[in-house]
Design a protein around this ligand. Structure first.
Ligand code: 2PG
Ligand code: MG
Length: 435
């Protein structure tokens, strides 16, 4: 089935910022759409997000150039191609851009067309997207990592740590994870309100607490878990995204709200002490993107008992993942399609992670859209984990809900391993009973 036309328009993400939607139209008139998300705590090694930079319009954030690139150069290369040749299309897009980080045409322009093509391919085959992408091999429903409190750049630095999330070892099914999360999320909201600590809701829908210490948020999370009737560690475990690249300035790590500075070695020790003290199953970006020595030290110290996920550290970039595997700097990789810019490269990153015995965590961005591509990607690749923010706001719930629909489509073939996925990577997290 041939691609008849490719076009784009400027739409808006969950922060109201402009972003790109591409439409790939097939010879028979059917279409696929690709909507691109946008990060706030971005890594230096991410593929380039092209914005117009005209301060008079949308504070420089308009995406008219990216839209024009889709309508012009990219459309000329894509039109007439076989929609089922995703790898061929993605290779052509990469070659057309010609730069190492996709800065000429913009990774947002390229990804919109790459995902729209995948969508159109699925439509043309008459298959759900997960089945099309995974060639029918996807059946593992992901373990959700769901945010309860948000901080960092998503809450104007009101606390330093960016994501305070939970995973649910207790859950035997995907639905049970959602029910437990609902209970913890609402208990946390009630608790914050009662204590007069609620400053608002952060970018990904988690509560935005007015605390003066980062560990006070962890304590509040543990209290919320108990309030909801669960035992921390045994029933519900913690998952943090430190987003430490944002805390790293002039060679040291800084907790702004606590007015504390740490060397890399001290920050590693702090992370180790948290894993000893709290029932933490996973930590993302515990160190800055290029602090390779710190990462290696941490992995050697706690990699057997805690998932260590590289986000800014790897940026879904195969070369960086290869280096991480060679140097044993982590044991898991956050997967964000817009960090790298094409569907093919994203899937390669997942496969390489899995081949190393590491765990991929498919992730949304803090600026999201109603697109549910990543829910399908997680199932298609049997990635095993999905992180899309909190348990509120439709751009988040759209993804959790899509997994429910996929589960129904899969029927008896669907599988849920929950936190048992960690054992696959030799990670035995936490202590029964928590603190
Ligand atoms: C992250 C993401 C999502 P952002 O750091 O993992 O939480 O944030 O999209 O701002 O990079
Ligand atoms: Mg992150």
């Amino acid at each position: 089935m041939k691609i008849r036309s490719v076009s784009a328009l400027q739409i808006y993400d969950s922060r109201g910022n402009p972003t790109v939607e591409a439409v790939v139209e097939l010879a028979d008139g059917r279409t696929g759409h690709g909507l691109v998300p946008s990060g706030a705590s971005t890594g230096r090694h991410e593929a380039w997000e092209l914005r117009d930079g005209d301060a008079q319009r949308f504070l420089g954030r308009a995406v008219g150039k990216a839209v024009a690139n889709v309508n012009g150069e990219i459309a000329r290369v894509a039109v007439g191609r076989d929609v089922f040749d995703q790898a061929g299309l993605d290779a052509a897009l990469i070659a057309l851009d010609g730069t190492a980080n996709k800065q000429r045409l913009g990774a947002n322009a390229l990804l919109s067309v790459s995902t729209a093509t995948a969508q159109a391919g699925a439509v043309a085959r008459g298959e759900p997207l997960h089945a099309y992408l995974g060639q029918g091999q996807g059946r593992l429903l992901p373990l959700p990592e769901i945010q309860i409190f948000g901080g960092g750049k998503h809450a104007q630095g009101r606390v330093d740590v960016q994501d305070f999330m939970i995973v649910v070892p207790k859950a035997q099914t995907y639905e049970e994870t959602l029910e437990v999360t609902f209970n913890v999320y609402h208990a946390a909201g009630r608790e914050m309100k009662a204590r007069g600590l609620l400053a608002g809701v952060a970018d990904e829908g988690g509560y935005w607490p007015a605390f003066d210490r980062n560990e006070a948020v962890i304590d509040a999370l543990l209290a919320s878990i108990r309030l909801a009737g669960y035992e921390p560690g045994r029933d519900v475990a913690l998952s943090l995204d430190i987003a430490a690249t944002d805390l790293f300035r002039d060679g040291s790590y800084e907790f702004g709200i606590e007015k504390r500075r740490f060397t890399s070695a001290e920050f590693c020790d702090l992370m180790i002490s948290w894993v000893e003290k709290y029932p933490i199953a996973s930590i993302e970006d515990p160190l800055a993107e290029d602090d390779w020595d710190g990462w290696k030290k941490l992995r050697a110290a706690i990699g057997h008992r805690c998932q260590l996920v590289g986000d800014d550290h790897f940026t879904t970039n195969l070369a960086r993942i290869e280096r991480g595997i060679a140097e044993q700097s982590a044991n898991a990789v956050l997967i964000k399609p817009n960090q790298i810019g094409t569907v093919t490269e994203t899937m390669q990153a997942i496969r390489r992670t899995q081949a190393a015995g590491w765990l991929p965590v498919v992730s949304a961005r803090s600026g999201e859209t109603e697109d549910t591509f990543i829910a399908h990607l997680a199932v298609a690749t049997n990635a095993g984990q999905l992180k899309v923010g909190s348990f509120s706001r439709s751009e988040r719930m759209a993804k959790w809900n899509e997994v429910l629909r996929i589960q129904r489509q899969l029927g008896a073939r669907a599988e849920f391993r929950g936190t048992r996925i960690f054992e696959q990577a030799g990670i035995r997290f936490g202590r029964p009973g928590g603190r």
